[in-house]
Structures are given as C-alpha cells and as structure tokens.
Design a protein around this ligand. Structure first.
Ligand code: PBG
Length: 327
C-alpha cells in the first residue's frame, strides 16, 4: 500500500508516544481539597466519599506531612464548625476551625501552600452561601462577611484565598479588604465559573452544608450556559482575580476550553466530590479501572486548558506521575 502518512508511526513505543505528547502534567499543578472539623476526637471517614475524611487538626497535620512526602504541596481547606448560625460567624472567627488549622500547619509545615475556601455555606445554619434576606441570599450584605472571612484566613496563614460563593462583586470586595489589611500579595483564586451542580452532592454530605430550603440556582450558574461562564470569568479578572476556576470539571470540558481561549490568567479546574464518589463506587464494584480512569479525567482537564487541577485524587495522581502512568 502506497501511503505517505502513517499516523501509527508515532505510536510505536512508549518513548515515542511520550515524546510527542501534547499535554504535560506536573505535580506542581495539583491541589488537594481537605476538610477539617471542629469537635471531633478522631478523623471520621465521609460515608459518601470513601477514603476521604473529616480531619482533626492533628490528623490534618499528619496528612499534610504525607502529602508533602508525595509531592503534593498545595491544599485547599474547608472547615466544618461545631456551631452554625444565620451569619456564619465561625467562617471569620479568629479562632475558627480553619483559622486554627492554618495557623498550626504554617507553624509546623510551612512548605505546604494553603488555600482557604471562602464561603458561608459550611458555616450558616440554613446552608446557603450568604446572608439571607427572607428566603433570598442578599448579595451585597454577604460581601462584607466574605471579605472578613478572606482576611481572617490570610491572617491565620492562608497563602491564597478562593471565594466559592458566587456572589457578584466578591472578588473586588475581597481584594479591597485584603489590601486594606496589608495583604496586597495574597492572591485570589476565584471560583469564577461555578455551576449549580448535582456533582457537589457528597461534599454537602461531608460538610453538612446542604441548603435547608431551596437550592443554589439564584447564585450558582445554569449548566446550560457557556457564554455566561466567559462573562463571569472576564468580570472576575477585571475585579482582580489572579486565578480563575471552572467547576465541576468532568462534563464541563467545553467550558474549560472556551474560558481558556478568552482569558490570560492561570486557570484551575476542580474535579469535585461527585466525580470522586462516582469513580470510587464503580471501582469498588470492579466495573472500571480506577487508576486509569483517574488519569484520563485529570488529563482531560489539562488538555482542555487547565493549568491547575484540584482533586481528591491528588495524592494518587502524584504517584501516577512518579510511576510514569501519566505526565
Ligand atoms: C462551597 C463549596 C462547595 C464546593 C466547594 N466549595 C459546595 C457547594 O457549592 O455546594 C464543592 C466541592 C465538591 O463538591 O467537591 N460553596
């Protein structure tokens, strides 16, 4: 057969396949999301997320050490307070569980880069991401509390803050508050393009943060939309976001690609709790090859344009990169 182009020529060996690879993945892009809970004596496994835990400060320190050993040097922290109230006071309390944890990690293991998730839903009695006015989440009133939360986290040791609430104007409000407190160099990674998604189900279980009434559709985005995602991303960059995020990751690859095309700041993709739990459940049934699925999911995000990848599988991915299974 007379053929000039034989595409299989570049697929004949692993060496060659790796040489011509279009997407390179590095451990420095990985971020591990972790939960710390107040008022527990020992870490508790999250029933809907096997292998993931609600940590105590002590178990979080051990986990931090393990992550660093594996080459995962970034974490995003979520807090689960003992007391929840209408104003989410524990989100911005100086001795809040996240603030205490950050302080301890920074004191003992300063090499860990700490990102604080800034939101109210884990801290409010009603489970919404802001302050209520009747049944409606009051956007502008919420901004004050988000700004306080971001400042308190940065003062406790957060290297970066990551607002995930989806209120309008929150990046500007947080930037201003950080600057006023001498925290000009604390970057903001904005959950800029965050959809109202059933993929967050297990997280809400983990953080006991499901809304007591209604849903999050008046602030999180409608998953039918992609141009709106572009609008959100551009607006957040204008307000001062240093990094933008698309969330969830799986089922939103087109959004990652579209946002990447029109922006010029680093972009993160968050493979959320439901993605983790689905893979775990199917793997436990023996229906899929967990390791290979995890690699494919991660690679798809980087291929779509993500520079940073948040995943509950970050430690495993670090190992897969070391072993050459991905990277
Ligand atoms: C807080 C927040 C959520 C997640 C990250 N930050 C929950 C939500 O919006 O309901 C979800 C992360 C995950 O599912 O892994 N607002």
């Amino acid at each position: 057969m007379d053929m000039v182009n034989r595409y299989r020529r570049l697929r004949t060996s692993q060496t060659l396949r790796k040489m011509v690879r279009e997407t390179r993945i590095d451990k420095s892009s990985l971020v591990y999301p972790a939960f710390v809970a107040e008022g527990i004596r020992e870490k508790e496994e999250i029933p809907s997320m096997p292998g993931q835990y609600r940590h105590t400060i002590d178990s979080m320190l051990r986990l931090t050490e393990e992550l660093l050993e594996k080459g995962v040097s970034k974490m995003v922290l979520f807090g689960i307070p003992l007391e929840k109230d209408e104003y989410g006071c524990q989100a911005y309390a100086q001795n809040g569980i996240v603030q205490q944890t950050m302080h301890e990690i920074k004191r003992r293991l300063p090499e860990m880069y700490l990102i604080g998730d800034v939101c109210m839903c884990e801290y409010t009695s009603h489970g919404h991401c802001g302050i209520l006015d009747g049944q409606y989440v009051d956007n502008d009133k919420t901004l004050t509390y988000l700004a306080k939360t971001a400042v308190s986290q940065a003062q406790a040791g957060a290297d970066m803050v990551a607002p995930s609430d989806m209120m309008d104007g929150r990046v500007a409000a947080i930037r201003q508050a950080l600057d006023e407190n001498g925290l000009q160099l604390t970057p903001i990674m904005s959950y800029a393009v965050k959809y109202a998604s059933a993929f967050y189900g297990p997280f809400r279980d983990a953080a006991d943060s499901a809304p007591a009434f209604g849903d999050r559709k008046t602030y999180q985005m409608d998953y039918h939309n992609v141009r709106e995602g572009v609008k959100e991303a551009l607006a957040d960059i204008e307000e001062g976001a240093d990094i933008i995020m698309v969330k969830p990751a799986m089922a939103f690859g087109d959004v990652i690609a579209r946002v990447k095309e029109v922006t010029n700041v680093p972009m993160a993709a968050y493979s959320v709790s439901g993605e983790y739990s689905m893979v775990k459940a199917a793997a436990r049934q023996g229906w899929i090859d967990e390791d290979r699925i995890v690699c494919e999911m991660a690679a798809s995000c980087f291929r779509a344009g993500a520079d940073i990848y948040l995943s509950y599988y970050a430690p495993e991915l670090a190992r897969f990169i070391d072993e050459g299974a991905i990277g």
